[in-house]
Structure formats: C-alpha cells, structure tokens
Design a protein around this ligand. Sequence first.
Ligand code: ME8
Length: 530
Amino acid sequence: STPAGNGIKPYYITTPIFYPNAAPHIGHLHSLVVADIYARYAKLANADRPVHFVNGTDEHGLKIQNAAKGKGMDPLEFCDELSVHFRKLIEKANVGVTRFTRTTEKQHCDAVSHLWKELDARNLIYKGRHEGWYSVSDETFYPATQVAKQEKDGEEYYISTTSGSRVEWQEEENYKFKLSAFQSSLVAHYTANPDVVQPPQFHADVMNALQEPLDDLSISRKRSRLSWGIPVPNDPEHTIYVWIDALTTYLSSAGYPWSATGDKGYSAGWPPDIQVIGKDILRFHAIYFPAMLQALDLPLAKRLLTHSHWTVDRAKMSKSVGNVADPIQAIDELGADLVRYYLARVGGRFKEDVDWSREQLIKHSKEIISLLGNLYLRATSARIMSRLSSVPRPSVADITDTGTAMLGPFLAILKRLPSRVEQHMQLFQVADAIEVALEALQEANLLMTVAQPWHKSTSPTVAADVQALIFETLRQCGILLQPIMPEKTTVLLDALGVPTAQRTLADAAFGRPGVGDVRPGVRLFNMQNL
Ligand code: ME8
C-alpha cells in the first residue's frame, strides 16, 4: 500500500501516531490539519507527484496496557475500539491520510524486529542496568534534575517538571541503544542543516539539548513489567520500548525494510519531506529517531515542523488531564472547513501555545463568512448583475486605473498575492499566509463599498472593472485557500465557473484565465445561527 514509483520520489509527510488511550481531541486534529495543508499544497504545486501521508495509532506500551486493564479489557480489543475514533476524525475533517498504521499490525511488528536486529548487528545494542524516573503517561525516563516532589492531600509523589506527569522510580536490567555514539554526528547534521527544525526557535532548543552529553537510551522493558509490546528478538523475556516501536512507524509505513527495491525506500517516499509534531515530542523526533536513522545509514527527514500546544484556560489540553475540546462536536456544529480554518488561522503560528475557546472559533468563523462568503454575494447581487447584463466582462489584465484612483493600489495587491502566500507557506508561516489572503479580501470588500458598482452614479465600465477584479480576488483566494478549506473553496471555484484543471498553484497568478459563467447568489456558508 505504498505509492508506486514513477521515477519521482513521492512527497512523504507524517504526523505523530496517537495513543488510543482515549478519544482524540483538538490537539490531535491540529497536527492532522497542519500536515493535510502541506499535503494538499504539494498536490497544488505538482499534480504529478504522488503524496504519501501517514498517520495511525500507537498501540503498545504501559500506558495502553494500563488503560485497557483499567477498563477490564484485552489491550487489542481496547485499541480496536479507540483506533476507530481516530480514523473517523480523519474522515470527518477531510484529512487526506493515505496510510493509517496501527502498530499492532504484523507488517509493522516485523519491521520493528528487523530494525532491532540491524542495530544489534552493528553492535549498537548492549545489555545494562538502568534506573531512573519513569513516566507512564509520557512513556519516558526523566533525569533527576527534571523531577520534583509533590504533596497533595497528605500523599507524597514525584512529577516531571517538564510535563507535569507523575514519575516512578524504576530499576532493572534492560537493553540499551548506544545513543551517545551519535552525539557528534547529530551536532554536525543540525549545524550543516539549520533549516531542518522549524520554526527556528525549536532548532535552537535541539542545539541546546545537544550541548549536554547524551546518555545511552534504554530500549526494552522486562516482560514481567511490560508484556503488551513487541518481544526483543531472541530474548522474549524483554519487550521493545514503545518509542522505538512507534518511531519505526515512519519507516514501516513507507515499506521498510525495502528488501525488494534496494533503493533505501526512495521510490516509496523515504525520507519524509515533512514530519509534523507537537513540541512535547521534539526530543524523540530530533534526537532519538535521527540517531536510529544514522545508525542504519538512512537519510534523515528534510523538515521537522514543530507546533506548540492548544490549551484550555491556559493548561495544555490532554487526554490524561481530561480538559479536552471535542473535535467531532465542533465539526458537527460548524462543518470541517471552519474548524480547519480556525486551527490554521490561530494555531498556524506554531511558536507559542494558543487557547482554544468556542467563542474564538465562532468569531473566526464569522470573519471568513463575512470576508469571503458575503463578498461573493455582494459581487453577484441582483442589482449589479442586472446593471452589467449587457456590458462585456473585461479581462483583468486589461484593467488600468484611468479615471479612478481606486484601482491602482488594489491591482498591486492582487499581483503580489500568490507569491506572498507562497513565501509564507515555504517558511512554515501558515497563519501569515492566511492573513495575506484575508487582507486582499478586506481590500476587495472596501473597494465594493467605495466604488458602489451597483449605483447609477458609477459608470457601467467602472462597475464592470470593479466586479471583474472582485471575481479575480475570489478566484485567487479560492485557489490559494484550497489546502485550508477544501470543501468551501470547491463550492466557490465551481460557482465562479473555474474549470477543475485550472486550480493549481500556478493558476493563482494574477490574470490567469479561469472565471467563467458566474452563478449569482451562491451561499458558501449557511450559518444563520451564528
Ligand atoms: O505522543 N495541542 O501520542 P499522543 C496541540 N504516541 N497538539 C497536541 C496536543 C495539544 N494540546 N496534545 C497532543 C504520542 N497533540 C505518541 C507519538 S510518534 C512516533 C508517537 C498532538 O496521543 C501533538 O502532535 O500523546 C503531539 O505531539 C501529539 O498529539 C501527541 O499525541
């Protein structure tokens, strides 16, 4: 189920695979939407290049083992039930995942065993004692410097100061991966490729983390403690650490170990063009996984797009805490596109945490309904349509500013619009890309108000020019916003009569042919209750 090769390396994009210990929340949808925006954008940029988009569920480990036990369920049955919710969300939100991987699938488990054996064959695995503070919720050890004692209702316990999760002291003999051997090659990689980790502040975090000596990584647990996982090859008394298992999904979902192709996965898409992650798991993706890949002599991901968190009343939304916003409920109320729009518009800056609220969701929905939906209705109003019924629509490339001083600055905005959006997208500034389109829509609305094309005091020629430029704005924005709001932009471009073959990124250039028979009165959003 990996894309067929035609000489072009598929565009490969991944999101984290989620723990199915509870139903998905808005944070999960956020990662999915961000990745979907780039997957769709890649398609618009090059329709011939296959897109491979991976997501799935991370089903092994203590966290799931305990959650299933708490429900009195068999862990696989438990995962069967919850994994479905993640799939449903993907469908409902129109996210174009091409491969949904469950880590309990045989093909994946085989890939993990293979990877272990490869590391072992390179002498990078050894048995040693391990002790430290383990968080089941985060499935990770924390150094003593990141652990603090807490007291609540007379009970004493320890938490990680990084995530706030509870930690427990654990000591046992287990297998370790020689992570320390990759310290200098990782520093060299990030020094030579300072653009990999985006936005730049997270590159700085990775460089800082690499200033500290890397400890070898404990990569197995005694079976008596953790039975729900993939056994260590040739030592069934140990279970493979869930993060080694989970990170291997990115490889297994692209067909690793590629014994048949011999091209290190290139024809299946390897390496990823973009891996989208939340900042909580930066270390796993920027240090552990690249070290594993270096160990295996495989190319590293080209970009690691790291986003911050959605909070509720400033606390990180999380399944364990229970302060979550339900994405299904939001989509049922407003439709997928308005939720996607809000996530991208507000969460698309990636640098800092943002607070989720229904009021903000409604406020931003109204913003786009008014700027885009109402602009369409204004430009195709009955009065304008009847005034211009016998005036031929000018070609926008021929429109000049003669006679009015209004059109010049607006023409300049439209001419620059596609390249400005593209620049922001390439720099992973999704929110800024959207804002550039919103500015153009705002100016278009203003132009309508000032030029009054419906009024008899405005000459029919000027009125026709103004209407043609509004249509052009709608056409350009319709094309450029397709990755954000795929359904609504399709309705818009259909209503404008833009042929489906003329909706690529290149078609967004000012003055490209496109607008055909415009259907008046089409309501993009039907939201009387907002
Ligand atoms: O960490 N805001 O799974 P997970 C924004 N299985 N994004 C959020 C978020 C929030 N409040 N909460 C979660 C795991 N996310 C592992 C990953 S990958 C090989 C294994 C998103 O279910 C964000 O992408 O805890 C974060 O990194 C991910 O969900 C964690 O999901």
